[in-house]
Design a protein around this ligand. Structure first.
Ligand code: ZN
Ligand code: ZN
Length: 360
């Protein structure tokens, strides 16, 4: 594999800095660690970044991360401290500092307000998350690699799965395979839901042994360079019964319809409706108990949401899942999920394994 493109963190910080004045801010104190990684490449578990509308930006972390910060963020001034003495060094000349209000605990906000005075600390919107929704080329490349490893893992699962193994053994096998193939880690604990457990959308690897006739939903993804893959496929041990066989067909049609609806400028809720209408027409509207999809990036679930109440509009270079499902208590269920990148006139699936039911 050729060398992946490097992330241009400076360009991301510049885009954020450009947006601060219109948000009424002189600076934004980034405390969300995923946002921090997005803007700097820093992967430590403690740190903050002060992004200024004009002038330099500063990374603040503590002594545990001195060397790591130097290696990962060589291009920014760094303050190493456990206290709040960084304020005096960085805040001078700043009147309004935005806090990530959706992330900062109330008590922390209160103490920051006191410490930042006379600068005013104000709640800021999800400025970094909005930038993160549109992927740059290096991010799409990382998502592609994560999805390629996930596809390889799925092929290995299909070759390995058989009656008698438990759901959790399948999940462990998938996790091990991903890491052996070069993933950072699984992006999330896989869902392996066989037989009646298929009625639970987020069923976690259980102790139930798979049996002949099981329809099995497998939802998994590798994490590569911090970026998450997210894919769901179906496998059955022998042919599923007629009822679940019909459920699989409806889900497949709904998923294809929703993927076909994805394009730049399309309302996210219209993509949801494309899947939901088909499932409702088949009489299973009540059994589709979640939204059709979500954005994916450094976080498994990020903007935008694709659901009935979403007010997001899809834009080119967003990476979103399309994952309708039907869940029938005691009988089982089915979901098919792709991760796609929105293009001007449609989308491109990064998850490429065959979507039709695999029968083993
Ligand atoms: Zn998933
Ligand atoms: Zn998902």
């Amino acid at each position: 594999m050729s060398t992946p493109p490097a992330h241009d963190h400076a360009a991301r910080r510049a885009r954020l800095a450009d947006r601060l004045p219109e948000a009424g801010l002189d600076a934004l104190l980034v405390t969300d660690l995923t946002n921090l990684r997005y803007l700097t490449g820093f992967t430590g578990s403690a740190g903050r970044l002060l992004v200024r509308a004009h002038g330099s930006h500063t990374l603040i972390t503590d002594g545990r991360y001195r060397d790591q910060a130097e290696a990962e963020v060589p291009d920014l001034p760094r303050i190493i401290t456990r206290g709040d003495d960084w304020v005096d060094e960085t805040i001078a000349g700043t009147d309004r500092v935005g806090l990530e209000a959706h992330r900062v605990p109330w008590a922390t906000a209160r103490s920051l307000q006191e410490r930042l005075a006379p600068a005013e600390a104000v709640p800021a919107g999800q400025l970094v998350e909005e930038l993160r929704a549109i992927k740059d080329s290096s991010e799409i490349a990382a998502l592609e690699r994560a999805c390629a490893l996930t596809a390889q893992t799925w092929e290995a699962v299909l070759a390995w799965i058989q009656p008698g193994v438990t759901e959790r053994e399948v999940a462990r096998f998938a996790e091990r395979t991903m890491v052996d193939l070069g993933a950072d880690a699984p992006a999330f604990p896989p869902t392996v839901a066989g037989g009646p457990n298929g009625a639970r959308p987020h069923h976690k690897d259980g102790r139930r042994a798979l049996v002949e006739g099981d329809l099995i939903t497998v939802d998994m993804g590798a994490r590569v360079d911090g970026y998450c893959a997210d894919m769901t496929r179906l496998v059955s041990l022998g042919e599923p019964g007629p009822e679940l066989g019909e459920v699989v067909e409806v889900v497949a049609a709904a998923q294809a319809a929703a993927v076909a609806a994805v394009a730049d400028g399309v309302a996210a809720r219209d993509v949801d409706a494309a899947a939901r209408d088909l499932i409702a027409q088949a009489g299973h509207g009540e059994a589709f108990v979640h939204g059709t999809g979500h954005g994916v990036g450094l976080d498994l679930h990020e903007a935008p949401r694709l659901g009935t109440s979403s007010d997001a509009t899809l834009a080119a270079r967003m990476a979103v899942t399309v994952e309708p499902g039907i869940y029938l208590s005691e009988l089982g269920g089915a979901r098919i999920e792709d991760l796609v990148v929105v293009t001007d006139d449609g989308c491109r699936a990064l998850t490429t394994p065959d979507r039709t039911l695999a029968v083993r």
